[in-house]
Design a protein around this ligand. Structure first.
Ligand code: IMO
Ligand code: MG
Length: 436
């Protein structure tokens, strides 16, 4: 009954989609446990590129079941668009996708209030994806959210849509059009969307537990990253869900005893999109070079990502919280051209050395990174297939990360393509998920 969690270990966009897609040929089920359309998981197969937002990154393999768990918030029109695009590309979606009947739905009012708040905040903006994800989790916690299961009773839909519409009237000047949508029309639209989603709807917690009992291997796919976790991230500059590994249990309805291992996905450097402190940020030519080399533009919003060096404090924090036992180090080739590569090993704040992440965002903002500088390898690693064939300085970089973070690096991804990946044969990942 093995379950494994793939978790983002920085601020999201670590390349979880590629790692999940790659490991999918070794599992039976891929299950998304949190976030919503704010996630953007890009998968490259040959010269085809798929950007997934709700649908698990296992969908490209015909014999794998994909589950969208109760912890995910759904924008039904956008989910159906994703289904349509996959179908058009010849991907089998019908029997392979199950959607939790307990998942909450994003309404236009949630998007409207997300936009209105961001516009009103100006300098203090969180930099959300403006897709209504945060406000939908608020409705869920406030206990009046609309769930998938509600869609099959028209009176309930209208009642709940009215409640959400009434609750979403922020005081302020110009309000976005989404807030003016008449509840009757929205309710009608959602009932229609509910019909289209019906073939996918299931009691997914029951399904997952039954399949785990039968011995199925389940890969739980995280969205966002540890530093965006509602509890453990750089609050309030976070998303509104549990993106750490623990979220897999609540977001899918599986017990912690089902989880046998955690794989952390980590970029060879750092990025962040949206507001909030980011100590190793390089708001300069080096940062721009990383952005161009890594094509660091949001796959959901197209925003340029903020780029910076690897932060060992963030990585260690994430390994501790998630109890990560093996890391996938991604976008390694982006560092190919640099003469020297700094790793942040501690922060300096008010004349003191800090080695753990402070809770206060003001303190974190004032932290200056202390770097250890490693030599670059200055050669193309994008087609290297074995760890031994990486340049010496590249292997040393990996070893330095393993040492300072206290966790093995089991996978090194050297290009977006599926096959451009080094899976170390003696790693935990290789042991947990043998080829089939
Ligand atoms: P994947 O799964 C990177 C960020 C937003 C913003 C903050 C809150 O692709 O790694 P939200 O719309 O969630 O309320 O925005 O969280 N954010 C992400 N950043 N990758 C993601 O997902 C993200 N999902 C949300 O940019 O700073
Ligand atoms: Mg992304």
């Amino acid at each position: 009954m093995p379950g494994f969690v793939v978790v983002g270990s920085q601020w999201g966009d670590e390349g979880k989609g590629k790692i999940v897609d790659l490991l999918t040929e070794r599992v039976d089920i891929v299950a998304r446990y949190g976030g919503g359309p704010n996630a953007g998981h890009t998968i490259c197969v040959g010269d085809r590129r798929f950007a997934l937002h709700h649908i698990p990154s296992g969908i490209l393999r015909a014999d794998v079941l994909c589950v969208i768990g109760n912890g995910v918030v759904i924008d039904p029109a956008s989910l159906l668009k994703e289904v349509g695009a996959l179908r058009e590309a010849g991907v089998k979606v019908e029997e392979n996708l199950r959607l939790s009947d307990r998942a909450h739905l994003i309404l236009p009012y949630h998007r409207g209030i997300d936009i209105a708040r961001e516009e009103a905040a100006r300098d203090g903006r969180l930099g959300t994806t403006r897709l209504g994800v945060g406000p939908t989790y608020e409705s869920k916690a406030a206990r009046y959210g609309l769930r998938v299961a509600d869609l099959y009773d028209e009176a309930t839909v209208l009642e709940k849509v009215r409640v959400v519409a009434a609750a979403s009237r922020p005081a302020g000047a110009a309000l976005p059009a989404e807030l003016d949508a008449p509840p009757e029309e929205v309710a009608e639209e959602y009932v229609r969307l509910g019909r289209a989603l019906r073939p996918f709807v299931d009691d997914t917690a029951r399904l997952l537990n039954a399949r785990l009992d039968e011995g199925a291997v389940v890969l739980c796919e995280g969205a966002q990253g540890t530093m965006l976790d509602l509890d453990h991230g750089t609050y309030p500059y976070v998303t509104s869900s549990t993106s750490t590994a623990g979220g897999a249990c609540t977001g899918l309805g599986i017990s912690p005893i089902r989880v046998d291992g955690v794989i952390g996905v980590l970029k060879a450097y750092s990025t962040r999109v949206g507001g909030g402190p980011f100590p190793t940020e390089q708001d300069n030519d080096l940062g721009r070079l990383i952005r161009e080399r890594g094509r660091e533009y949001g796959s959901t919003t197209g925003r340029p990502r903020r780029c910076g060096w690897f932060d060992a404090l963030v990585a260690r924090y994430s390994v501790t919280l998630n109890q990560t036992e093996s890391l996938a180090l991604t976008l390694f080739d982006v560092l190919d051209g640099f003469d020297a590569i700094p790793i942040c090993v501690a922060y300096e704040h008010g004349g003191r050395r800090i080695e753990t992440l402070p809770a206060d965002p003001g303190v974190l903002r004032g932290c200056k990174p202390i770097y250890e500088v490693l030599p670059g390898w200055k050669s193309d690693t994008s087609s290297v297939a074995r760890f031994e064939d990486l340049p010496r300085a590249g292997r040393d970089y990996v070893a330095a990360i393993e040492k300072i973070v206290g966790c093995e690096v089991g996978i090194i991804s050297t290009s977006p393509q599926r096959e451009r990946t080094i899976l170390r044969p003696k790693s935990r990942i290789a042991h947990w998920l043998p080829p089939r």
